[in-house]
Write a protein that binds this ligand. Structure first.
Ligand code: FAD
Ligand code: EPU
Length: 348
């Protein structure tokens, strides 16, 4: 285990904003992870499990222990119908996808280039281009922080939803994902329903889908190594039929997709139609190619990003009556915080 005190977090999260934490530890084994949670000198400190930091914003100094997940290893089993991958939580997700395709184990190609660790993928049930983590998940192994036992949940028990899982609710702050099980069918079916994938032939290969997605993502989304960001800043709101009809009556061009839970509306479209592309507060800006992505354009502070997020929230709410929820997880001094709390604090 490596331990750093008063560490600058800018290299540990993709917004790349300078912010420090009291203690940062890098863990390579489950035994080290348990040690961090049991150490008497850190017992009273809050703890935050971190993968690659590609879905977090540190809003201020973190007075606690940031634990960086570097549990490594991939085991493969196969039978006549499937490949079964057991992947340790700290493995890099985009590398895993690339490697699986190169090994002729298709199934993850639609989830190419999503930054982060394998162990973070179930937390928000990562999704892109018509596929979600739940579609390839067989099980998730987590360390229970009450008993320090590793417990296995099958896919149904993970209660996956759109950018959602049991780890954000019943198991919030009680579980650290240490490994995932993926089940990939040998009899591969392409998922090419989503936008640019429709132009591919029906007998296209997994590599063609992988390359098409890498191409689209490279064009649309800013590369965090060059421009700090955390992907989509807000979730796409899911509206009831009634709410959607009233929105559609005023904005007939609104981009939307039916889902079993309601109508999903493209938040990027809502923000874009407010004329906000390229809008900047301090060093934080709205990405010029994708209005749902907030970027660290010029040495942004966390406060710049928060003010910009508030501005977007207000513009969208005032124009459409739709309250956006942020997908990016805000980490405050002692615990997770939310934009709504920060807005209220400012008003009081
Ligand atoms: P982190 O940001 O380190 O952590 C995210 C949250 O999960 C934090 O609350 C953290 O405490 C918690 N957490 C992390 N690891 C564990 C663990 N082992 N156990 C328990 N809790 C844990 N997401 C999508 O769904 N689809 C996309 O297409 C997509 N595109 C993106 C594109 C870009 C350019 C960027 C920067 C981000 C994108 N994202 C996307 C968001 C991000 O990639 C995912 O949320 C990813 O799963 C985050 O992984 P991470 O390891 O960086 O998690
Ligand atoms: N749009 C605009 N203007 C914009 C952006 C989008 O008009 O500036 C409209 C376009 O019509 C476009 C539609 O919105 O067709 C949807 O945009 P896009 O296909 O780029 O996808 P998204 O809804 O913005 C979601 C996910 C992404 C995921 C892509 C591809 C959420 C919150 N975001 O984005 O995930 O990669 O679909 O499946 O669900 C992430 O979660 O971090 C992330 C990047």
């Amino acid at each position: 285990m490596q331990i750093y005190l008063n560490e600058n977090l800018s290299a540990y999260h993709t917004f790349g904003i300078e912010q420090h934490c009291q203690v940062l530890v890098i863990v390579n084994t489950v035994a080290e992870l348990i040690d961090v949670y049991r150490r008497p000198e850190w017992e009273s400190l809050p703890k935050l499990m971190l993968g690659k930091g590609s879905n977090v914003l540190f809003t201020e100094f973190y007075e606690g222990v940031v634990i960086v997940n570097r549990l490594q290893g991939i085991d493969v089993r196969e039978d006549s119908d499937h490949y079964f991958l057991h992947v340790q939580g700290g493995e890099d997700w985009p590398e895993l996808v690339k490697w699986s395709i190169s090994q002729q184990m298709p199934g993850l190609e639609n989830l190419a280039m999503i930054p982060g660790c394998a162990g973070s993928a179930p937390i928000q049930n990562i999704g892109a281009y018509g596929v979600e983590f739940q579609d390839v998940c067989e099980y998730v192994d987590y360390l229970c922080l009450n008993t320090f036992q590793v417990i296995r949940l099958n896919r149904a028990e993970c209660l996956f939803g759109y950018r959602d899982s049991i780890f954000k609710h019943q198991l919030y702050q009680q579980a650290v994902v240490v490994g995932i099980g993926l089940k990939l069918a040998r009899e591969w079916q392409p998922h090419r329903e989503y936008g640019p994938l429709q132009q591919l032939a029906s007998d296209c290969s997994p590599t063609e889908i992988f390359e098409c997605i890498c191409d689209v993502r490279t064009r649309k989304l800013p590369n965090p190594e060059l421009t700090g960001n955390a992907g989509s800043f807000f979730k796409n709101p899911v509206l009831s039929g009634e709410q959607f009809q009233s929105l559609k009556a005023h904005y007939p061009d609104v981009v939307s997709y039916p889902t079993p839970q309601g109508v999903k509306v493209a938040a990027g479209w809502l923000i874009d139609q407010c004329g906000l592309k390229g809008f900047q507060i301090g060093g934080a800006a709205i990405h010029a190619q994708q209005a749902l992505v907030l970027i660290n354009k010029e040495d942004a502070t966390a406060s710049d990003v928060i003010q910009l997020a508030e501005h977007v929230y207000r513009c969208v709410y005032e124009k459409y009556g739709v309250a956006l929820e942020h997908e990016v997880r805000f980490i405050g001094r002692h615990r997770e915080v939310y934009l709504s709390m920060l807005i209220k604090e400012q008003q009081s």
